[in-house]
Ligand binder design. Sequence first.
Ligand code: DGL
Length: 260
Amino acid sequence: MQKSIGVFDSGVGGLSVLTHIHQYLSSESLIYVADSAFMPYGCKSPAEVSERCIKISDFLVAQGAQAIVVACNTATAVAVNLLRARYTIPVIGMEPALKPAVTHSRTGVVAVLATSGTVSSERFNSLKARFAADARLLVQPCPGLVERIESGDLAGEETRAMLTAYLKPLLEQGVDTIVLGCTHYPYVIPLITEIAGDNVSILDTGDAIARELKRQLQLRGSVHQEQQSGGVEFWSTGSPNQTLISRLWGQPVHVGQLDI
Ligand code: DGL
């Protein structure tokens, strides 16, 4: 069985991470699962999200995954430890970039946008205590934003109005750095920049995660050296959203239906 890298999210958000992984590790075979039937994770209980993470990860391991990337901040916050205890392969999780944001900010006022599930998690609160104790950290949950992005509305009036309502109070308090704590949000960076202006920095962790994955594979001597591109397989537990996935991936792809 060909070894692959398994990547999953509640929906299309993790594609923002998959894109970086494909750039850094272009010879690796990738398998992506969008758990669209159970999206969004952000308002579900930790027990429900954990159950989904286990089901999907078991599938990825059965497909020959040599590493799993939890391309979802909410799922990482509640289930990454559980997954690490369950498998012997590396499990890479997402974390909002609080530390770089605090270092980078000139005003000392930093905002983090994330799901309600992420911001109420113990993992996030410990991250905050460790890295943002000396900054003014404004934590903004963004209910509804994941659903706007899943609907394919990345720049329309409804999404703009929602984002404006979330961002305006933060900007009024002098925020100069915005941390994207959800993998769906990179898809609305152009809109965030339009609302917040060019002087506000936006930090996303997709690139850092891809580098960390590469480092972990190199440590195990399991990076493919061939020149040819590894394939990418797409699966969805809901109705396969072929059009949106193809649009975000940048080329037409086939999305299989996964009943788990
Ligand atoms: N993309 C996700 C995250 O990074 C999940 C969003 C959701 O399903 O609520 O948190």
